[in-house]
Design a protein around this ligand. Structure first.
Ligand code: HEM
Length: 351
């Protein structure tokens, strides 16, 4: 490993001139790092990676803050299916349809995939093909939280991209349904070593973004869920007047675009959108956690960072496993053909 003998004065000067360096308030040192990940992975190979991504996402979100929700959910869907290996980003191949074609992923935003590939092209243009698509997705999810007024936090890096994607059946089996009750959600997340606090904190991702009627119609038709606040139900029925209306509504009625703790206030007012959300306030193992987050936003942020850091390390590939994709939606061709892929780093999209 290379060593650097900077004199302490040089280090001080470098720190002073490093105005574009991002200093993160929170590093979740409570969470052990997966082997092969580190807090400083690209410090030498691509020191600008995080500022390239944040600078671009600031512009993207200025035009459409909804994209933040799309990117946060994309990272979750990546990590829960086969680990955070960028497998959700892959297009299908001769071996079958990709994860993105499986039902739970059909409502991921098409633009989220484009944004990740655009960020990849920008990063690779500056540093070469050293940063993985799965790391870019993890950083983009963090920036989506921060740029929606949520907390900032450091993301351990060094993930590599997977060579395969999961089947439709495996994808469905690993993404819980919004019609599940809280005990099912907690039990399912436990299979991924996430505890009840993690389950409640991660569900707080529903403080931003949109849902289709089909994801909560089970609570309106044929009979209305008695737990649901009456006015809230009436308004939802106006948006989704039949069991098969195609429309969307916000996940957090109090502050739809802000990453805050209002989601938990909604639950306490019986205004959670999904069964899987609202039931967190009924289930004995999660009710007090909901209340604690509703009254204490800093506590929510602290637990959210811990839960995201755990989720972001699920079954990661590191070291010599997997690869660094030259295009996030396709695995690399054989080594001989790789050079031909470099032309696309000059082909940055305009959004
Ligand atoms: C715990 C189990 C979870 C269930 C059952 C669930 C389910 C859903 C469903 C059904 C939607 C709406 C899809 C649609 O109809 O368009 C949604 C949206 C969303 N979910 Fe989750 N989710 C869960 C966990 C998470 C986690 C862990 C995060 C991130 C930390 C997250 C972030 C989001 C976001 C940001 C959206 C809005 C996406 C957009 O506007 O494009 N969800 N979720």
């Amino acid at each position: 490993m290379a060593t650097y003998n900077y004199s302490s004065n040089v280090v001080v000067v470098m720190m002073m001139i490093c105005v574009s360096c991002v200093v993160y308030a929170h590093k979740s040192s409570d969470v052990p790092l997966a082997e092969g990940l580190s807090w400083s992975f690209y410090d030498k190979s691509c020191p600008g990676v995080e500022s390239i991504i944040r600078t671009k996402l600031k512009k993207v979100f200025k035009k459409d803050i909804g994209q933040a929700a799309g990117l946060l959910r994309l990272h979750f869907h990546d990590c829960f299916v086969q680990g955070c290996d960028g497998s959700v980003l892959l297009d299908g191949s001769a071996s079958g349809p990709g994860e993105k074609n499986a039902p739970p992923n059909l409502s991921l935003r098409a633009k989220a995939f484009e944004i990740i590939n655009d960020l990849r092209a920008r990063v690779h243009k500056q540093c070469g093909r050293v940063v993985s698509c799965s790391d870019i997705a993890a950083i983009a999810a963090r920036d989506s939280v921060f740029l929606s007024n949520g907390p900032d936090y450091a993301v351990p890096l060094g993930r590599r991209d997977g060579l395969t994607f999961a089947t439709r059946a495996v994808t469905i089996a690993n993404l819980p349904s919004s019609a599940s009750n809280a005990s099912t959600i907690v039990a399912f997340l436990a299979t991924k070593n996430l505890d009840a606090t993690d389950a409640v904190a991660l569900s707080g991702g529903h403080t931003i973004g949109l849902s289709n009627c089909s994801s909560f119609n089970n609570r309106l038709y044929p009979t209305q869920d008695p737990v649901m606040d009456q006015t809230f139900a009436k308004n939802l029925k106006a948006i989704c007047p039949t069991n098969n209306t195609v429309a969307t509504t916000v996940l957090d009625i109090r502050s739809p675009n802000a990453f805050d703790n209002k989601y938990y206030v909604n639950l306490m007012n019986r205004q959670g959108l999904f069964t899987s959300d609202q039931d967190l306030y009924s289930y004995s193992k999660t009710k007090d956690i909901v209340i604690n987050f509703a009254v204490n936003q800093s506590l929510f942020f602290e637990k959210f960072i811990i839960a995201m850091t755990k989720m972001g390390q699920l079954s990661v590939l590191t070291g010599s496993q997997g690869e660094i994709r030259a295009n996030c939606s396709a695995r690399n061709p054989s080594k001989d053909n790789l050079a031909s892929l470099y032309e696309d780093v000059d082909n940055l999209s305009a959004f």
